[in-house]
Design a protein around this ligand. Structure first.
Ligand code: CA
Length: 425
């Protein structure tokens, strides 16, 4: 596996001539360089940019690419990606000879619209959060929380890409068929148990041909990078419809994606070994490789923040509900690629995987309200006196993530935000 190695672009001592990129709390220092798409106004074409501090660099205007096709950029070779990252890093460093040319291609992020980072092809949602799977399993099946296939198969389902929306875009509380508590028959109604799911989004770069599985040792060669994904979920709809074929209308009304793709190259300093707890089965050979065991996982802190309408009106900032870590996923990214393609299924540039809800083992580490409120029975107390079992109209949920480790510069992902509007009447 040609896992990205550390090079001069990861040097924590690098400083950027964009002053905001040197702020210790920025998500986008010169060591990050995530890719996304922006436009200067409605109706204009999306352009490829790189986040740096509070700015975005227009890659074509800077002379670094000659097209606006994100899929083409994502499908490029690892060598081409490394060369582009190096050119960006050198051009943005203090004292760079490229500063004049780059400065003319720089726009303030607050003055542009950030869209989906690429057109999303097929979307698959996995279920790699074992703590989430166990807790939710207990709520739905108290006697049988974790089904016997879980520790052998990276569980997933085919999702819907048409309703994947950009961060910041609100959506209406969905209506669907559900059975209200204590009722004997279903009704068509707005969901009363609207939830979020804290997930990592994984973007396929180079595809594979139909019939040609990707070996696990080459899995990451097909991944461009990762972002944040909120798999909004209607729990009452889900409980009624999910058997026997899995999620359907409980999940496909909206899925929010963050604007920036943090590349595997940027994540190189934050890798972690893949390990199984004692007593758990080891992966089948097609999911096992030395490189996965050595450093298949990534240390990414994931957070959920909530700002209710009352908080917004009172000028109160969002409140953090939970934090977890992508290290706690049960399967590595390379294993998801290998498993998805083992039967010959073809993946394409711009395909998206959801990791599944990433919850940690401890209290305050759950990636959904369903878990935090114990199925709605124990509403969360918020600092302003409000409580939440599930989301209410006007609630904004913001997912955030960052990587931090001694000897490396902290990098972040940018916000993945969405607001719940009242159901359409
Ligand atoms: Ca999910």
């Amino acid at each position: 596996m040609s896992r990205p190695e550390l090079d001069e672009t990861h040097d924590p001592a690098l400083a950027c001539w964009v002053e905001s990129a040197n702020h210790p709390a920025t998500d986008f220092p010169i060591q990050n360089l995530p890719f996304g798409r922006f436009r200067r106004g409605p109706g204009l074409d999306w352009r490829i940019g790189v986040a740096i501090g509070d700015q975005v660099l227009d890659l074509e205007a800077a002379g670094l690419i000659g097209h606006q096709d994100m899929h083409r950029l994502m499908a490029g070779t690892a060598a081409a990606r490394r060369a582009l990252r190096l050119a960006l890093s050198r051009g943005l460093r203090d004292g760079s000879a490229e500063r004049g040319r780059f400065a003319e291609a720089m726009l303030a992020q607050r003055e542009v619209e950030l869209g989906l980072p690429c057109t999303i092809g097929d979307y698959t949602d996995f279920y790699t959060g074992i703590h989430h799977a166990t807790t939710v399993g207990q709520l739905f099946r108290p006697d049988n929380p974790l089904l016997p296939n879980y520790k052998w198969v990276p569980i997933g389902y085919h999702g819907r890409s048409s309703s994947i929306i950009a961060s910041g875009q609100p959506f209406h509380r969905p209506r669907a068929q559900l059975v209200a508590a204590g009722a004997a028959a279903p009704v068509l109604a707005p969901t009363a148990r609207l939830d979020y799911e804290l997930e990592l989004g994984i973007f396929i770069g180079r595809g594979n041909a139909l019939g040609e599985p990707v070996p696990v040792a080459e899995g990451e060669d097909h991944v461009f990078g990762v972002g944040l994904l909120n798999d909004w979920s209607a729990r009452d709809v889900q409980a009624w419809e999910y058997q026997p074929l899995g999620p359907f209308l409980a999940k496909n009304f909206a899925t929010t994606l963050s604007p920036w793709i943090v590349t595997l190259e940027a994540l190189a300093p934050f890798r972690a070994p893949f390990e199984r707890p004692a007593g758990d089965p080891q992966p089948l050979p097609y999911l096992d490789a030395p490189a996965v065991r050595e450093a298949g996982m990534v240390d990414i802190t994931l957070e959920v923040w909530l700002q209710t309408a009352a908080m917004r009106e009172a000028g109160r900032p969002a409140e953090r509900l939970s934090a977890s870590n992508f290290r706690d996923a049960y399967w590595a990214i390379a294993q998801l690629v290998a498993h998805h393609s083992v039967n010959g299924c073809n993946l394409g540039s711009g395909d998206l995987f959801g990791s599944g809800t990433i919850s940690g083992p401890g209290p305050g580490q759950a990636g959904s309200l369903l878990e935090l409120s114990r199925g709605g029975r124990q509403p969360l107390a918020l600092a302003n006196g409000e409580t939440r079992a599930f989301l209410e109209d006007g609630d904004s949920v913001i997912l955030r993530a960052h990587c931090e480790r001694p000897g490396a510069r902290r990098i972040g992902f940018g916000d993945c935000a969405g607001t719940v509007l009242a159901a359409r009447s």
